[in-house]
Write a protein that binds this ligand. Structure first.
Ligand SMILES: NC(=O)c1ccc[n+]([C@@H]2O[C@H](COP(=O)([O-])OP(=O)(O)OC[C@H]3O[C@@H](n4cnc5c(N)ncnc54)[C@H](OP(=O)(O)O)[C@@H]3O)[C@@H](O)[C@H]2O)c1
Length: 328
């Protein structure tokens, strides 16, 4: 049987080096499942991987797509029933109409979660969850600050933060987002007045955790907001500028600079640990606590358009690839 998948054979601008190709489905082996993909997001990491600027370079040619959701249409794994909606594991090439993978590596999604939302749960909300739990033991009512707050990760930080009883200062770069009703917490603009405004809204509280997905001046502003001994976790570099910190903030302010990469976390985690976290995220998604807006789901015929749009700022939500007949 023939199917379509995205392939890239060279590193470069995603809209130019990615194309759709036809391939023949091989038979599945013992222990494997055949997944008819429904949808997959185009995340910044996917774009960076294709550009060749990511933390790891895949050997080419390869099928991109770090996460996605689909239905099991054939199973030779006892633990995964046919018909189940599953999340496919990282590195298996989710931008494809079919994925064949060991059943023990997929995650079965409980009923009540639409594939469109499920396909975005394994990376961004997991990143938010880990960063809120693994660096600073936050107390109920404590303030946390983050930039790029309207991003997929940022929204998950705000939603999980509110759910766990933490107060989140959401920093955005676009004034029109200041009144975003769907971003729990306080929303402030990423400009020179930020440090003062944070003092006002928090009543001068000592902040211990800041999450940075931008770098450059934005990261420095977050660092200035932190109290003595505060931790700045960098997990993204949307502004493509390095984090530059004055020496004094490290020496006298005991500022702690950390990084986080969810890929490494999954690689180090036991299957049970990852499953427990995802189970919690599934529950939050089911209850509508976790929700990521989607700007548009593009069919594979519009691949270049989808990839170009995903690279642009100012989107109203994520760009998805609609890979299956029942995609949104
Ligand atoms: N380390 C990890 O494990 C990990 C895991 C997941 C994601 N990430 C990283 O987290 C970041 C966000 O990913 P996502 O999927 O949540 O993003 P997303 O939903 O695609 O949203 C992109 C965000 O980046 C902002 N942005 C775009 N260009 C920018 C610039 N030049 N300067 C400042 N902000 C800019 C956008 O703001 P506007 O809406 O104003 O354009 C938007 O808030 C990415 O860097 C991604 O690689 C890291």
């Amino acid at each position: 049987m023939h199917y379509r998948r995205v392939i890239h054979e060279a590193f470069g601008s995603p809209g130019q080096v990615c194309r759709v190709e036809e391939a023949v489905l091989p038979a599945i082996a013992d222990g494997e499942v055949r997944v008819r993909m429904v949808c997959a997001p185009v995340n910044p990491a996917d774009l960076n991987l294709v550009e060749g600027t990511y933390g790891r370079r895949p050997s080419l040619p390869c099928v991109p797509g770090g996460e996605g959701a689909g239905r099991v249409v054939e199973s030779r794994c006892d633990q995964v029933p046919e018909g189940a909606l599953v999340l496919v594991p990282g590195g298996c090439g989710a931008w494809s109409e079919y994925v064949q993978v060991a059943g023990e590596r997929v995650w079965v999604v409980p009923s009540g979660i639409a594939a469109e939302q499920a396909c975005m749960l394994r990376v961004n909300p997991a990143t938010a969850w880990r960063m809120l739990h693994d660096f600073v033991p936050l107390e109920r009512g404590e303030w946390v600050i983050q930039n790029a707050a309207n991003s997929g990760v940022g929204r998950a930080v705000a939603q999980i933060g509110a759910h766990c009883g933490w107060r989140v200062v959401n920093v955005v770069r676009r004034p029109e987002l200041l009144d975003a009703p769907d971003l729990p917490g306080v929303v402030l603009l990423d400009d020179d007045a930020l440090v003062e405004r944070v003092r006002e809204v928090t009543g001068g509280a000592r902040l211990r955790l800041a999450l940075n997905a931008v770098g450059g001046e934005s990261a420095l502003r977050l660092a200035k907001v932190l109290g003595e001994g505060g931790t700045l976790v960098t997990y993204g570099a949307m502004g493509r500028q390095p984090v530059r910190i004055p020496n004094g903030m490290l020496i006298f302010g005991d500022l702690r600079l950390r990084g986080f990469w969810v890929t490494r976390w999954y690689e180090a985690a036991e299957r049970e640990e990852a499953g427990a976290m995802l189970g919690g995220l599934f529950e939050l998604a089911k209850r509508g606590v976790l929700q990521t807006p989607v700007e548009r789901a593009y069919p594979l015929e519009l691949l270049s358009e989808a990839l170009e749009r995903a690279r642009e700022g100012g989107r109203s939500g994520k760009v998805l690839l609609a890979l299956g007949p029942d995609a949104g």
